[in-house]
Design a protein around this ligand. Structure first.
Ligand code: FEH
Ligand code: ZN
Ligand code: ZN
Length: 347
């Protein structure tokens, strides 16, 4: 079968023929119906190296996947052949204390495993068939379109986890700032509107992205720039926001988040741009809580799928054939995608 493979660090992925995978004894084979193209894949191709990620190469890209079960190993209780499922992306050991509570993102044995999951050091979904090592990693999607379900596993789950961290602070009259209205940001806006009464303020450098966010339910938009913080302080009546979700992670966005987080507010740093900002007594308001977050838990993926099945959130996708995947990543790099690019290897 044809697969989009990362063969060397700091090179573009290439399409090549690979053998179809074998059925893992306690897992499943999935006919991939949607494999989301994530911004992190660009970092995998252009920025990371063996020192930053100690994963083996080559591997097939695609860590946001949904499809149909075409072979099922043991322990597939509640699952059946032909069923449509989303694949939980971060694959931990399954039995350490973190994995036991579904927090496989923070698996205690990650270093020993030597990979982050399918598409992250192990073969992912940018091929017609994908092997999933354990059936615990599959979440049925009912009648959701698998092309739209695929991005829920990362572009949906990652901001959902960050929002949940602050949910108790997002009371009526509160405000949440979403920085970056791309693949994750367009989901963050909908998630915030679905689960909280907070006023949602979206920041981006692109006017089209801000218009898109307004369409998805954002209450206010702010153009990123020198005036962004004063604009947000005005919108929040001089108090700042209870939650800042930074989906970019550049020096400028981290600094903006620190300027606009309210006393006792939260900043969740999700974006991988690699920025930083100094932290000291006078750099934020009192008791601002800052955390980096990575993906979300298995139970949270079930919650995200439930939100989508209830019609409360929906990923906006542009689909591309496997042969067009490299072109899709180029569009992403140029900031020309609206919502999420999803590769459909079986179309
Ligand atoms: C992938 C690879 C490396 C770091 C982070 C990621 C995220 O896209 C996972 O959500
Ligand atoms: Zn990702
Ligand atoms: Zn583990």
């Amino acid at each position: 079968m044809l697969a989009l493979r990362l063969k060397a660090w700091k090179t573009e992925a290439v399409l090549e023929e690979v053998p179809e995978p074998e059925l893992p004894p306690a897992g499943a084979l999935i006919r991939v119906l949607g494999a989301g193209a994530c911004h992190s894949d660009l970092h995998l191709m252009h920025d990371f190296d063996q020192d930053s990620l100690r994963w083996g190469l080559p591997f097939t890209l695609g860590h946001e996947n949904a499809g149909e079960i075409v072979a099922l190993g043991r322990n597939g209780f509640g699952l059946e052949m032909g069923q449509k499922v989303a694949v939980y992306g971060p694959w931990g050991c399954g039995h350490c204390r973190r994995c036991a509570i579904g927090e496989e993102t923070y698996c205690e044995n990650a270093a020993r495993i030597g990979a982050g999951g399918g598409g992250l050091g192990l073969d992912g979904g940018m091929a017609s068939v994908m092997a999933v090592p354990d059936n615990r990693l599959l979440v049925p999607i009912g009648d959701l379109d698998p092309v739209e379900a695929a991005p829920l596993t990362d572009a949906g789950l990652t901001p959902y986890h960050a929002v949940k961290r602050s949910l108790h602070k997002l009371i009526p009259g509160s405000a949440a700032v979403v920085i970056g209205a791309g693949g994750l940001g367009h989901m963050a806006v909908q998630i915030l509107k679905a689960v909280s009464p907070a006023k949602v303020v979206v920041v981006d450098t692109r006017s089209e992205a801000l218009a898109f966010a307004l369409n998805l339910g954002a209450d206010e938009t702010v153009m990123m720039g020198a005036d962004a913080s004063s604009h947000i302080m005005e919108i929040t009546h001089g108090q700042g926001a209870e939650a800042v979700i930074d989906l970019v992670g550049a020096d400028s966005t981290i600094s903006l988040g620190m300027q606009v987080a309210r006393t006792r507010g939260d900043i969740s740093l999700v974006g991988l741009a690699g920025g930083s900002a100094p932290f000291g007594f006078f750099t934020t308001r009192y008791e601002v809580e800052m955390a980096s977050t990575y993906w979300g838990t298995r139970a949270e993926l079930m919650e995200v799928i439930a939100l989508a099945r209830a019609g409360l959130i929906r990923s906006h996708v542009q689909s591309f054939k496997l042969e067009e995947a490299i072109g899709a990543y180029r569009l992403m790099r140029e900031g020309k995608l609206e919502g999420r690019a999803v590769i459909t290897p079986n179309l």
